[in-house]
Design a protein around this ligand. Structure first.
Ligand code: ADP
Length: 450
């Protein structure tokens, strides 16, 4: 087992890794930017190293600085969390060639899955149903238009290197194609330094269902059910739940089997998530695979009573999976992402937290790096807490979440707490009758693409 892990991340996920490592008896090293000097991960890790100024490209994305920090602290492994360098295959390769274990899957698989167009092709070969679309990235506008015409509108343009909902545009009519193609290309180029786009049929009333996979280096692969993540704004998840109110036992078995077989076919090792869209006929289609721990992993941990991050660390150290296949779910879990943002305009709301009370009690979990008096830097994403609940039934889980959010007090900054309470009291949400279009019912306010 490792003796010291460097965490190449910040915020709640850095704390999540610190906790897992400490339970395993492993020392931790925090790296931090100048604007995170007083952040909780910097304070709570066993050692800390400043890796540069606030700007992420000069600190949390600076590979030489992070590797120097690992070297001087004699760390034997690096946990990348999510975001930043978590899905950067070059970083994984450099770690390995420097004799430091990268806690994640093989670099070649990160590279493969990082190109969503190539991942589609590979999954098609593994006989997974993929969303109908272009076989490859589409370079020229006339060719792209031809494919779209053949497929039939609406279509969705997606960045091959995409992530975080960026570089995606829904095209409803041929007349919109040219402008939206240019827009998506520019956004992809700015966000990922790669303008390549591919085309998919736009599934207007689908649900986002993803399968958690965990695989060790000894050939064992286990799937831990699904997470429903259809409550989204601008293609970004806001609320996640498991089990999904839409997935029956038959569908679950089919998707789980498909995801397990896909993971096996590429020899996947570590944690990973296979994302699908499921249509009105309960047909499922592979969308993409994420080769890292997901933001929404706590709900899977709650219903299955497992620790995915500890397991991820153990697997990276070469241990065999300790999670058995066929585990039973023990209830319903929901997670709300609490963001520092204006609940009406959705613009970020960084600043100092003057007063803070989080909920507690049985079946309530808070993953957060926020504390009273902390000044939230404006340089990073706006996630300040994940609140998750576990209850015997879905109806109770919703009521527990309402109670938990009502007992949450955050003063000094604006948050999306009111939006969560609105969604939780929506009769369609309560009935489990929703898809990825759900947030369109708040059209003016939420900035969703129409
Ligand atoms: P990212 O990697 O940027 O998060 P994804 O490919 O995971 O992008 O898609 C994010 C969300 O965008 C999905 O959960 C879904 O709501 C929407 N989406 C993506 N592809 C399609 C599609 N072909 N049809 C309908 N919605 C889609």
């Amino acid at each position: 087992m490792f003796s010291k892990i460097l965490i190449a991340n910040r915020g709640e996920i850095a704390l999540r890794v610190i906790r897992a490592a400490r339970e395993l008896g492993i020392k931790t090293v925090a790296v931090y930017s100048e604007s995170d000097r007083n952040s909780l991960h910097t304070i709570l890790a066993d050692e800390k190293v400043c890796i540069g100024p606030a700007k992420a490209s000069d600190s949390y994305l600076d590979i030489p600085n992070i590797l120097s920090a690992a070297d001087i602290t004699k760390s034997d492994a690096i946990h990348p969390g999510y975001g930043f360098l978590a899905e950067n295959p070059r970083f994984a390769e450099i770690c390995e060639s420097s004799g430091i274990t990268f806690i994640g899957p093989q670099a070649a698989l990160i590279r493969l899955m990082g190109n969503k167009s190539l991942a589609r092709q590979e999954m098609k070969r593994a006989r997974l149903p993929v969303i109908p679309g272009s076989d490859e990235v589409v370079e020229s506008l006339p060719y792209a238009k031809k494919i779209a015409k053949k497929m039939g509108y609406p279509i969705i343009l997606k960045a091959a290197a995409g992530g975080g909902g960026k570089g995606m545009r829904i095209v409803r009519t041929p007349g919109q194609f040219e402008d939206l193609f240019a827009l998506a290309q520019n956004e992809a180029r700015a966000a990922f330094s790669d303008a390549s786009l591919y085309i998919e049929k736009y599934l207007a009333s689908a649900r986002h269902i993803e399968i958690q996979i965990i695989a060790d280096t000894h050939g064992n692969v286990v799937a831990l059910g699904e997470r429903e993540c259809s409550i989204q704004r601008k293609h970004q998840k806001i609320i996640e739940e498991t089990p999904s109110p839409y997935v029956d036992e038959r569908l679950r078995k089919k998707i789980v089997k498909a995801a397990e077989e896909a993971a096996r076919s590429i020899g996947y090792q570590s944690l990973g998530t296979f994302e699908f869209l499921v249509d009105e006929k309960k047909k499922f289609y592979f969308m993409e695979a994420n080769t890292r721990i997901q933001v929404e992993h706590p709900i899977t941990e709650m219903v299955y009573n497992v620790d995915l991050v500890k397991e991820q660390i153990r697997i990276a150290a070469g241990e065999k999976l300790s999670i058995a296949d066929g585990l039973e779910m023990r209830g319903y879990s929901l997670e709300c992402r609490i963001n520092a943002e204006d609940p009406v305009t959705f613009s970020p709301s960084p600043g100092t937290i003057d007063f803070l009370v989080f909920p507690g009690g049985q079946g309530i979990r808070v993953d957060s790096a926020a504390y009273q008096g902390w000044k939230i830097p404006s340089d990073y994403d706006s996630l300040i807490a994940k609140i998750a609940v576990l209850s015997p039934s879905r109806a109770e889980a919703i009521r527990k979440m309402q109670m938990a959010l009502e007992m949450t007090t955050i003063v000094g900054i604006k948050t999306n707490l009111p939006l969560h309470l609105t969604i939780l009291s929506d009769s369609d949400f309560i009935a489990g009758r929703y898809n990825t279009q759900f947030m369109e019912r708040y059209p003016k306010k939420n900035g969703n693409q129409k």
